[in-house]
Design a protein around this ligand. Structure first.
Ligand SMILES: [Cu+2]
Length: 224
């Protein structure tokens, strides 16, 4: 018995986040816990004994505000200089290639873009989502759901009610214009939808329906 208990403990330790993720979460999407800020230990190597007598000329400022990789939108912009003749994307705007876009979600509960502009020339549009993190779906699952901004809170709440087994998306929800499956770290998924569905009646938003994620993982999607 003791052995078994320790085995379970070990399994949980190995899949710590997975075990933690199984407990049902409070169903309020507004209650997003902020992403765990990866506090970079600034300068643990500063030896207390060595007197920086000659250091006055070169102030050794520890840069602990180093950009966290994955949270910057810079990568989303670099591809904006395109061959297709589109106008350069605004800050945070996804780099659209043809009638598709590739976006990323990470372990910091962030997408790498904050807006998607669908070319008006496209009749269908595809969103390819890659989870570039490592955490499992149960702890840090991501998807992309598109709905009118005014429907977003309701869609997210009903998704949470639908539960993990439903990928936090309510089946048959007519407010949902498109939704990918829920994925974990290292996985990819995609969804294709009719552009005509977001031409009128906006504004529209894309977001992750995992409990609590929509507060941070969202952005605008429009036809440009
Ligand atoms: Cu998510």
């Amino acid at each position: 018995m003791k052995l078994q208990a320790s085995l379970i403990a070990a399994a949980c330790a190995l899949a710590l986040s997975a075990c933690g993720g199984e407990s049902p979460q409070p169903a309020d999407p507004a209650f997003a816990t902020p992403p765990p800020a990866p506090t970079t230990p600034a300068d643990t190597t500063t030896p207390a004994g060595t007197a920086p007598a000659d250091d006055t000329a070169t102030p050794d400022v520890p840069v602990d505000a180093a950009p966290l990789d994955g949270t910057s939108t810079a990568t989303g912009e670099t591809g904006a200089v395109d061959a297709a003749g589109a106008t350069p994307a605004a800050a945070g705007d996804a780099a659209v290639t043809g009638c598709s876009v590739a976006i990323e979600g990470n372990d910091m509960m962030k997408f790498n873009v904050s807006s998607i502009t669908v070319p008006a020339s496209c009749s269908e549009f595809t969103i390819n989502l890659t989870h570039v993190g490592r955490l499992p779906e149960a702890a840090m699952g991501h998807n992309v759901v598109i709905a009118a901004t005014s429907d977003m809170a309701g869609v997210a709440a009903d998704g949470i009610s639908a539960g993990a087994s439903a990928g936090y998306v309510k089946a048959g929800d007519s407010r949902i214009i498109a939704a990918t499956e829920m994925i974990g770290g290292g996985e990819s998924t995609s969804v294709t939808f009719d552009v005509s569905k977001i031409k009128d009646g906006g504004p529209y938003e894309f977001f992750c329906s995992f409990p609590g994620h929509a507060a941070l993982m969202k952005g605008s999607i429009s036809v440009g």
